[in-house]
Design a protein around this ligand. Structure first.
Ligand SMILES: [Zn+2]
Length: 71
């Protein structure tokens, strides 16, 4: 799978969707950003740099899955 195909998947995400790491289950919350990676609060997962990785286990973006909730 090419990186452009990956982007296509994430462009369908709503901006506020939280994403869960498939390796360590840590959650990326767009409302909080990722301070360790200098990602500003309010940055949607789809807008993260392609080389962004899980702040906890270093997994690539492709390992993340949308968190389903009803809120
Ligand atoms: Zn992780």
């Amino acid at each position: 799978m090419t990186s452009s195909e990956n982007l296509g998947i994430w462009q369908d995400l709503a901006d506020g969707v939280r994403m869960e790491c498939g390796i360590c289950w840590i959650v990326y919350d767009p409302a909080e950003g990722d301070e360790a990676a200098q990602i500003a609060a309010g940055t949607p997962f789809a807008a993260l740099p392609e080389d962004w990785r899980c702040s906890n286990c270093d997994a690539p973006k492709s390992k993340f899955m949308a968190v389903e909730d009803d809120v």
